[in-house]
Design a protein around this ligand. Structure first.
Ligand SMILES: [Zn+2]
Length: 206
């Protein structure tokens, strides 16, 4: 039973960066900006939050798209455009990331370098399903810059020294909070980033 679950999860996750997916659509139309609970939370967490225009509203619909480059404690580069739900999931996780960095590297995190959240595409391993990136419910993290100036690169540092230990700790902690987490340990398509998403499937590819 467990093995079956893993196999199913693996097949799903093969495509996550080409991505996981949700079947069906919400049918909820984007409306004019309103003070939704998500937007209120964004204003509390992101210093430069603003509504974004991502998603085409049909095959790649993003619910409550937002953009920001600064959270309470760190910067995102480039500007991160994502779904409000993905942003809030990150904000919940951020204090833990800071703590892990201080614990393993002796410095907090100043910047997250990423390859983006939204990409209107299908899964790479299952072309019938849309990627979770298509709804901006995923994020690909390329690395971090620490408060002391050190650069941590997924591509260069995975499983190397203290930086590698931090990246592994980051990925394992992400597994407890997110749906699918894929790292360089999972497959070659993730050799330079860690994929995290808030999709319906669970896989810890660390
Ligand atoms: Zn991804």
């Amino acid at each position: 039973m467990f093995r079956t679950f893993i196999i199913i999860g693996f097949v799903i996750a093969l495509a996550s960066c080409g991505g996981g997916s949700r079947s069906g659509r919400s049918g909820i139309e984007q409306s004019a900006p309103a003070a939704s609970s998500c937007q209120i939370a964004m204003q509390a967490h992101a210093r430069d939050y603003r509504s974004a225009s991502i998603g085409d509203g049909s095959s790649c619909k993003v619910e409550q798209p937002v953009s920001f480059s600064r959270s309470a404690d760190l910067h995102f580069t480039p500007l991160l455009s994502t779904s409000c739900a993905m942003a809030l999931a990150w904000f919940d996780f951020e204090p833990e990331v800071e703590a892990l960095a201080r614990e393993t590297l002796g410095s907090g995190v100043a910047m997250v370098r990423h390859y983006g959240s939204f990409s209107c595409r299908r899964m790479t391993g299952n072309g019938r399903r849309m990627s979770l990136h298509a709804s901006a419910r995923a994020l690909d993290i390329a690395g971090f810059t620490l408060d002391d100036g050190r650069e941590i690169s997924v591509k260069r540092d995975w499983r190397r020294g203290d930086a590698g230990r931090f990246l592994s700790a980051f990925a394992n902690a992400a597994c407890a909070r997110f749906g699918v987490v894929l790292t360089p340990a999972h497959d070659r398509s993730h050799h330079d980033h860690i994929h995290i998403d808030i999709g319906p499937w669970k896989l810890c590819g660390t």
